[in-house]
Design a binder for this molecule. Structure first.
Ligand SMILES: [Zn+2]
Length: 175
């Protein structure tokens, strides 16, 4: 575990109408916050999440309660789950796409607000997170809006900086 650069890779899939599947996005490489399910401690330090090997992401020892915590996912798909090796094996899990507001619907809404398509054309590919964040910040500057801090979802006390900026920008624009 270590501090990460702001590298964020976000994949999208836009299935054709006939498949009946919904368009979706998911995170391939992103800094995530970690939570100890035993004592709820969240260090202000991100872990770089790049999926798993057969569902195993990694693990850490909680610096507050010393519980050993393992991190798993659905074989590179959300949710990401934290399980403490303590009596009862308490767990918490997060769908980071939802917490970070990087779902298809969020990106569509942000794209409409900035009048900039943030999801490239085509069936699948990558969303340029830095360009998307810049588009929001340009729109905020154009409207001369005061910066607002976005509330975080239940159970989330801290998010790494590039995502904090994204959440605040969406909130500031009323998205
Ligand atoms: Zn703990």
């Amino acid at each position: 575990m270590g501090e990460t650069a702001g590298v964020i890779r976000l994949h999208f899939n836009r299935p054709g109408n006939r498949t009946g599947r919904q368009p979706s996005t998911w995170l391939l490489d992103v800094p995530i916050f970690t939570v100890c399910p035993n004592c709820a401690f969240t260090p202000h330090e991100a872990l770089r999440y790049v999926g798993s090997r057969y569902g195993y992401v990694g693990g850490f020892t909680c610096t507050q309660c010393r519980a050993k915590v393992s991190i798993t996912d659905g074989d590179c798909r959300p949710p990401v789950r934290f399980t403490a090796d303590t009596p009862g094996h308490p767990q918490v899990s997060f769908v980071y796409e939802d917490v970070y507001r990087l779902t298809w619907a969020d990106l569509e809404r942000a794209g409409a607000l900035t009048r900039t398509p943030l999801i490239p054309p085509g069936e699948k590919g990558y969303v340029d997170f830095d360009a998307a964040l810049r588009a929001l910040e340009v729109e905020i500057a154009r409207l001369d809006l005061p910066h607002e801090s976005a509330p975080l979802p239940e159970g989330v006390t801290w998010v790494p900086l590039p995502l904090r900026a994204w959440l605040d920008a969406l909130h500031t624009l009323g998205a």
